[in-house]
Ligand binder design. Structure first.
Ligand code: DX5
Ligand code: ZN
Length: 215
């Protein structure tokens, strides 16, 4: 079993104080920092690009988990390689999924494959063995602060059953708090992304520990 990794999503921080916010979650015990890149095409929002992720990197030594919610990850993966430790691409985007995953691994990074709520889990099956992380979206991607979709727990459990044969982490992203984290972890998730619950917590360190201990 994998040890739980807690990755606060920087999308939920105060962008006007980016450096301070990154240092705040780093000091509070975050394991990784999750960076949500959105292009306004794959999802209905535009967030930030490589320069912003580089700015995050200047304020922490933690691994950066880059989540590309963009239509052409094949073009942009190389721009994130210098600062990312893991890069996830969506199975719904317009690209050669295998080629993108291979490019991420060839650059020495962990390759993640992300799947949105409406997409059946079968869509990622052909790529088993080609990714290190399966990112199961537990909200419709595009915005922080949305409620967790409990129907996605079935996907987590189903993916967990594939892991006898294949070795990958299951990451959950969207609406994760201490309660929903426990539901995901008990079904096999071990990489927890949390934006609102961490950045809005009165005690960030305690919140991160709660997520890490969720069972
Ligand atoms: C949603 C993003 C998430 C988001 C999570 O499109 O992929 O990473 O920041 O935010 P919360 O935890 O607020 O749902
Ligand atoms: Zn994300």
């Amino acid at each position: 079993m994998h040890k739980t990794i807690v990755a606060p999503s920087i999308l939920a921080c105060d962008f006007s104080r980016l450096g301070v916010e990154v240092e705040r979650v780093t000091a509070a015990g975050a394991d990784w920092i999750h960076c949500d890149v959105m292009d306004g095409h794959l999802v209905d929002n535009i967030s930030f690009g490589p320069a912003f992720v580089e700015a995050v990197a200047r304020h922490t030594a933690l691994p950066l988990d880059v989540h590309l919610m963009i239509e052409r990850p094949d073009i942009y993966v190389p721009r994130f390689v210098p600062v990312a430790s893991s890069i996830s691409v969506h199975v719904e985007a317009h690209h050669d999924v295998s080629a993108s995953l291979k490019a991420i691994r060839a650059a020495g990074k962990l390759a993640g494959l992300a799947i949105s709520p409406p997409t059946p889990l079968e869509r990622v099956k052909p790529f088993l063995g080609e990714f290190d992380i399966l990112l199961v979206m537990t909200v419709n991607p595009g915005f922080g602060g949305q409620p967790f979709l409990p129907e996605m727990l079935g996907k987590v459990a189903e993916a967990d059953a594939w892991r006898g044969e294949w070795n990958f982490r299951i990451e959950v992203d969207g609406g994760i708090n201490a309660v929903t984290a426990a539901e995901c972890v008990s079904r096999g998730a071990s990489l927890l992304v949390a934006g609102t619950s961490v950045f809005r917590a009165t005690d960030v360190a305690a919140e991160i520990q709660l997520l890490r201990d969720a069972r």
